[in-house]
Structure formats: structure tokens, C-alpha cells
Ligand binder design. Structure first.
Ligand SMILES: Nc1nc(=O)c2c([nH]1)NC[C@@H]1CN(c3ccc(C(=O)N[C@@H](CCC(=O)O)C(=O)O)cc3)C=[N+]21
Ligand SMILES: [Mg+2]
Length: 285
């Protein structure tokens, strides 16, 4: 029997723990704060930013959204980051991607104080993840949220064959690192991978983050596998859909995330969790 992983329900559990942690920090005089910076008026980005802001406020955090025009220069954006790096009310800084062409995205990532890097994209934090460094540091929220869902549904990656389709800095690479650190045997596949679908079918844990709607179908899935769909694609009718063809995949998978209601809500919940952790760690310093 296939079980559907309820990302909304797991997110709710995570958010309940976060709300308690916010209260505890507030009693010590610290209100966790997040700054989200958005450059340009991409409507999809604006919706995510609004959702993040609403969730942060609902959890009792301090939340600011800075909307900058699409014409913002590299220097102007760097100045905004410097401002939040120096602002003691802000523990997490998120610069929403994508950024306009005139902005050098890696340089922006590097400009964020690694202790305020709520996305976990700064090379210092990526390096710590890759080296399985001890101690506290932020880790990319989408893959981390996926690890939380796996744990919640009793999926232990140790010894399992995992295939991650997608090699982005945001999802694929940190996902592979987390699964490797959890003792899975991990392959990263991508658009140039030969025999991609045959490879996918070897996976006990299959994570699909390609941006190609319904790339993976039931025929490409090992019976009983855990299938995690990171896709946020639009179908012919403009409806949100995943990289996995849910209807055929659910006939074969053991566990599967839906889109919407899977990875997305967990990303936001984990972002809030990370913000509170950054506040806690900075308070302990
Ligand atoms: N620096 C940065 N960090 C990010 O974390 C980041 C980013 N840039 N740029 C854009 C992407 C996208 N993203 C999503 C988060 C939650 C949902 C989400 O909650 N989705 C819901 C439904 C959304 C809907 O219905 O439209 C779901 O899947 O159920 C989606 C997308 C974070 N991103
Ligand atoms: Mg989802």
C-alpha cells in the first residue's frame, strides 16, 4: 500500500515546536527576526515572500520584507545586506532568488554574514555540511525539511540506495550531502545523465528536483520506494504540479509526497525553524 506523505501535517508539527522555541527566546529577551529581500516584482516570488512573512508573524517572530525595484544595482543590494548584517533584530537574512541579470548572485550569497545565512547557501555553511562539521550551522531548508519528513515517516536512509535528480546548490547538492551524512549510498543525476530513468528505478529513496513537470512516472520507480517530489511546475491549466506523475507513481511507490502539500510547506516550516535556531545560537555566543 502506498502512503502519501503529508507535508502540511509535518510542517504543522515543526511549526508548533518553533512557536514554543520563539516563546522561550522571548522570555530571555530575544525575539527571533527574519529579513526577506526581494528584487523585482515576479508574482510567484511575491506570493512566497508574503507566505513567509505571514508565517513568521504567526509564530511570533519579527519579520521584515524589503521589496526593491528590478533596477536595483549590485551595490545597492550589497548595502541592504550590510544593513541587516549589522541589525541585531535580524537573525536570518534571505535574498529571494531568482535575482535580475545585473546582480551577481554568488557575490550576494557571500555577502551575507554566515551566522545570518538562513538559506544555508553561504560557502562556509555549505562547506560545513559537506564535511559533516560538528556544531551548529544553517543547512538548506528544502533538503533539511525532506530529511525531517523522512524521519517522521520512519525512513532511515542508512544503507539505502538514494538517487537525487538535480544538482542545484539549493536542493540537489545539499540533499545528496545530507543523505550521505545519514549513510545512504547516493547518486546525483542531472540533465546529462545517461539512462536516467533506469537509474531512478534503482532508488530506494528518489528525490526529484528538475523543474520538468511529470518527468518521472510509475514506470521509473522501484516498487515500494520513497519518492520525494521537489517540483513546482505548472500544468497546461496553470495549476501547480510536480516533477513526478503522481497518479502513476502512487501505484508503485511505498511513500510519496504530493505537490502541493509536500515539500513546499516543509520548506517554509524549516525556514522558520532555522531562523529560531540562528537567534538561539547568536544569543548563546
Ligand atoms: N533565497 C531563496 N530561498 C528560498 O527558499 C526560495 C527562494 N529563494 N526562491 C523561491 C523558492 C521557492 N520556495 C518555496 C517555498 C514554499 C512553497 C510552498 O509553500 N508551496 C506550497 C503551495 C504553494 C502554492 O500553492 O502556490 C506547496 O507546495 O504546497 C513553494 C516554494 C522557496 N524558495
Ligand atoms: Mg509541495
Amino acid at each position: 500500500m502506498t502512503e502519501i506523505i503529508d507535508g502540511k501535517a509535518v510542517a504543522k508539527k515543526v511549526n508548533a515546536v518553533t512557536a514554543k522555541a520563539v516563546d522561550e527566546l522571548k522570555q530571555r529577551g530575544v525575539q527571533p527576526g527574519i529579513a526577506v529581500v526581494i528584487v523585482g516584482a515576479d508574482p510567484a516570488s511575491q506570493i512566497y515572500v508574503r507566505n513567509k512573512n505571514r508565517k513568521a508573524q504567526a509564530l511570533g517572530m519579527y519579520s521584515v520584507v524589503r521589496e526593491l525595484p528590478a533596477s536595483t544595482t549590485q551595490a545597492e543590494l550589497l548595502a541592504v545586506i550590510a544593513e541587516y548584517n549589522a541589525d541585531d533584530r535580524i537573525h536570518g537574512i534571505l535574498v529571494q532568488s531568482p535575482l535580475p541579470a545585473q546582480i551577481n548572485e554568488p557575490l550576494i550569497t557571500m555577502a551575507i554574514d554566515p551566522h545570518k545565512d538562513v538559506d544555508g547557501f553561504h560557502p562556509t555553511n555549505v562547506g560545513k555540511l559537506l564535511t559533516n562539521f560538528p556544531g551548529n550551522y544553517p543547512v538548506a531548508n528544502t533538503p533539511r525539511g525532506i530529511m525531517t519528513m523522512l524521519a517522521e515517516y520512519g525512513v532511515d536512509p542508512a544503507g539505502k540506495t538514494a538517487v537525487v535528480i538535480g544538482r542545484s546548490t539549493i536542493v540537489g547538492k545539499p540533499m545528496a550531502a545530507l543523505l550521505t551524512n545519514a549513510n545512504a549510498t547516493v547518486t546525483i543525476a542531472h540533465s546529462r545523465t545517461q539512462n536516467l530513468k533506469a537509474l531512478a528505478k534503482t532508488a530506494d529513496i528518489l528525490v526529484v528536483a528538475t523543474g520538468i513537470a511529470h518527468l518521472i512516472t510509475g514506470a521509473d520507480i522501484k516498487p515500494g520506494a520513497t519518492v520525494i517530489d521537489v517540483g513546482m511546475d505548472r500544468d497546461e491549466n496553470g495549476k501547480l504540479t510536480g516533477d513526478v506523475d503522481f497518479e502513476s507513481a502512487r501505484q508503485v511507490a511505498g511513500l510519496i509526497t504530493p505537490v502541493p502539500g509536500g515539500v513546499g510547506p516543509m520548506t517554509i516550516a524549516t525556514l522558520m525553524q532555522t531562523t529560531v535556531e540562528l537567534a538561539k545560537w547568536s544569543d548563546a555566543e
